[in-house]
Design a protein around this ligand. Structure first.
Ligand code: SME
Length: 161
């Protein structure tokens, strides 16, 4: 099987709709969470500009443990009471942080990161992990990015079923 992703075109919501379509095609017929997280990280990292890290952390019952990603090597374990990732997991709310240096308890894995978006991954009441994106640009993520990346995270969760 080979996968070719076409360049995204149009308005930001249109580009995210195309990316979500590519994500669903990529995950189609596969339930393995590691395989799907790896391919989704690669798809998103290469499709969107100005990112230095895209990947998954999985909840092991105690803390978040790094999973498949694109970018520099990352912190392996993040307690739920630490960082932007911990906040997303704990609050069940997407964390969109314009300036990570202003976020109390931010875990700096790559000092180039300036802004961050973390989507919590829940299957019903069960915490599975988080989908984390970092950018070297301040305020890289807006509400369109949040909606678009939440839809991509939802596609990953749906593929588990
Ligand atoms: N900055 C994150 C840690 C994960 S890395 O950026 C990949 C945080 O504060 O949770």
């Amino acid at each position: 099987m080979s996968f070719t992703s076409s360049p995204l075109t149009g308005s930001k919501p249109e580009r995210y709709a195309q990316l979500a379509q590519q994500a669903r095609a990529l995950l189609h017929g596969e339930r393995d969470r590691i395989a799907n997280a790896a391919n989704l990280s690669a798809l998103v990292y290469h499709a969107l500009p100005d990112l230095n890290w895209v990947g998954f952390y999985f909840f092991d019952g105690t803390e978040l443990v790094v999973g498949p990603f694109q970018g520099l090597p990352a912190c392996v374990r993040i307690p739920l009471d630490k960082g932007v990732c911990g906040a997303a997991a704990r609050t069940r709310q997407t964390q969109r942080v314009e300036d990570v240096n202003a976020f109390p308890g931010h875990v700096a894995c790559d000092s180039a990161s300036r802004s961050e978006l973390v989507v919590p991954l829940y299957a019903g009441e069960t915490l599975i992990g988080v989908f984390d994106l970092d950018s070297p640009q301040l305020a890289r993520f807006d509400a369109d990015d949040q909606r678009g990346l939440e839809a991509i995270a939802a596609a990953w969760l749906e593929a588990l079923q």
